[in-house]
Design a protein around this ligand. Structure first.
Ligand code: SF4
Length: 311
């Protein structure tokens, strides 16, 4: 186990499975209501054409083939033995239940696959789909990833998310009732948000009772509306030290049990426009570790203090 000052997801996987477990990304050919015309066609202003963060996956290959290809890389690099199929690209619950069931089952049938992670939008979870996901909670190791990005409706509008924060709250409540663990995606450094507003997102996640969080740095990808804004000078990005300080403050405010599943953005060399410092991901992660060490704090340090001072 690592000695992180936060509740690292990799440690949870080692506790549950007794070994390192590797995520293998899948693009199962889904779309997104914010792209197919149901809500809009342009997508969120930061979303690359392949559905936010799912680059380098063989979209047209069957699910099992994609996983075998991803496994091959992990086996060669890390001698990996256990894998979680990560339905990452676009909105992975945006289809009838029977279609979803077939695709998820194809992934679980691949040897060495011990669980599923499904990423989606809060408005792609009708009751029937929640019921289906609850079945997978009983059958396998399961997480649902839900995009929030910001709890502020004015920011969600600016991002052209096509849903408000109440939709996220309803989705989390439905998942909690069904016993589905939720990992929220949020972005730090969004335009028009003050530092205190960004930190308030941690308090919102505590209140809603999410089980995990993926913290992303706002980064600009090629061929997105955000790129246009950036190039016109209408967007200021965080520098590395400011981001590291902000993440540490955020972690200190979060409930200590929340699983930390990502701490920085992951644009990739071929698609990232800015900030280029984010490509040195390990340096960013090390800087976060060092800053928490320097402060002598950890995830939840200030969550406890707030509880005491609220009594
Ligand atoms: S919800 Fe996700 S896939 Fe859809 S446009 Fe936004 S970032 Fe892209």
């Amino acid at each position: 186990m690592t000695r992180k000052r936060y509740n690292a997801f990799s440690d949870e996987l080692k506790r549950v499975f007794g070994c390192r477990v590797h995520r293998v990304s899948v693009d199962a050919g889904f779309s997104c209501p914010n792209r197919d015309g149901s809500l809009g066609t342009g997508g969120c202003i930061y979303c690359g054409g392949r559905g936010s963060g799912a680059h380098g996956i063989l979209r047209d290959a069957p699910v099992a083939e994609q996983i075998e290809a991803g496994k091959g890389v992990m086996v060669r690099k890390y001698k990996a033995k256990r894998f979680i199929a990560y339905f990452q690209a676009y909105s992975n619950t945006y289809a009838p239940s029977e279609t979803l069931r077939k695709l998820y089952d194809q992934a679980l049938a691949v040897s060495g696959v011990v669980g599923l992670i499904v990423g989606t939008r809060p408005d792609c979870l009708p009751p029937e789909t929640v019921g289906l996901l609850a079945e997978y909670v009983r059958r396998t190791y399961f997480w649902l990833e839900l995009g929030l990005q910001s709890p502020l409706d004015r920011t969600l509008e600016l991002l052209r998310r096509g849903h408000d924060s109440a939709a996220f709250e309803r989705a989390v409540a439905a998942c909690r009732d069904a016993g589905i663990r939720v990992c929220a995606h949020i972005i730090l450094g969004l335009p028009g948000e003050s530092r205190e507003e960004m930190l308030d997102t941690a308090r919102v996640l505590n209140r809603l009772g999410v089980d995990g969080v993926k913290i992303h740095l706002l980064h600009v990808m090629k061929d997105t509306p955000l790129e246009g804004l950036y190039r016109s000078g209408g967007l200021e990005l965080l520098d590395r030290d400011a981001y590291v300080g902000l993440v540490c403050d955020f972690l200190e405010l979060l409930r200590p049990e929340i699983s930390i599943q990502r701490l920085t953005g992951d644009g990739g060399h071929d698609h990232l426009v800015a900030p280029l410092w984010s490509l040195r991901k390990f340096e960013v992660l090390n800087a976060i570790d060092c800053e928490l060490e320097r402060r002598g704090t950890r995830q939840g340090s200030r969550f406890q203090q707030r509880k005491r001072s609220n009594r």
